[in-house]
Design a protein around this ligand. Structure first.
Ligand SMILES: Nc1nc2c(ncn2[C@@H]2O[C@H](COP(=O)(O)OP(=O)(O)O)[C@@H](O)[C@H]2O)c(=O)[nH]1
Ligand SMILES: [Mg+2]
Length: 244
């Protein structure tokens, strides 16, 4: 899996959300908006804190519905975010809230109907640059989380694990999570980001690690493998380097 945490620990430039709007809900893949912006998808078990993370990250109280009833969301929900980074650079992307998986209350046939849609979206969506997989700090990886990460590795989709609700643990225990969860999931500890929608940790509050904004900006701006320019053509090609 790609190492997504290269900047972790450094006082790297911070990207923050400056504008956020709900765009549409797609009941099926054909209803998705055009792929004219980079997309970051967000997955996790119901109740893991997906809606809360988006609200806290975008500093909106009610952008995504925060539900106490698991399994309500059965759609691909598209949001448009504008991030502002260092040098006032703006970056627009779509945040795609995927249906929560693994909720116990849904009937099995209802639950199984989602998997092909999510897999199809992850495999075929060209605008997609990465997937955030959310884990509850107190529960860690559960059924479905490992399978999802393995599926993403098989299609070479970069993933970042966001640990949610980190405010529920003390600092010492929290500090152990990246390595522990990375070992359980077979990924690099630098691909694990600690967050809290309650305190803003990893969102608007910078801990020792990076921030979600920085990670999203890096994912969205990372050149796709097909756009790598061979050295001989590099001098004539348009540069995407920030320093240019
Ligand atoms: N303490 C704490 N509770 C949270 C946090 N994020 C979400 N929650 C709570 O967890 C429950 C589920 O959150 P929600 O965002 O609806 O989860 P979703 O089903 O994954 O969208 C709600 O009661 C939230 O208030 C967090 O960072 N800290
Ligand atoms: Mg939700």
């Amino acid at each position: 899996m790609a190492n997504l945490g290269k900047q972790a620990g450094k006082r790297a430039p911070r990207w923050q959300v400056v504008d956020a709007v709900f765009e549409l809900s797609a009941p099926k893949l054909a209803d998705c908006p055009p792929g004219d912006l980079c997309e970051i998808a967000v997955a996790g078990r119901s109740n893991v804190g997906k809606s809360s993370l988006l609200n806290a990250f975008s500093q909106r109280t009610n952008l995504a519905r925060v539900s106490r009833t698991p399994g309500r969301t059965r759609l691909l929900n598209f949001f448009r975010l504008r991030l502002r980074g260092p040098k006032k650079a703006d970056l627009e992307l779509r945040w795609v809230d995927l249906p929560g998986y693994g909720f116990a209350k849904a009937r099995r046939e209802v639950r199984d109907a989602f998997a092909p849609m999510i897999e199809g979206y992850l495999r075929d969506r060209e605008a997609l640059r990465g997937l955030l997989v959310l884990l509850d700090a107190r529960r860690g990886p559960l059924d479905g989380d490992l399978e999802l990460l393995e599926f993403c590795a098989s299609i070479e989709l970069p993933c970042l694990v966001c640990v949610t609700k980190c405010d529920k643990l003390g600092a010492a225990e929290r500090g152990l999570l990246p390595r522990r969860f990375a070992e359980q999931l077979g990924i690099d500890a630098r691909d694990v980001l600690l967050t809290s929608a309650t305190t803003g940790l990893g969102l608007t509050v910078v801990d020792r690690g990076g921030t979600l904004g920085d990670e999203l900006a890096r994912l969205a701006r990372e050149p796709e493998p097909t756009t790598v320019v061979p050295p001989s053509a590099a001098s004539t090609a348009e540069s995407t380097d920030e320093s240019a």
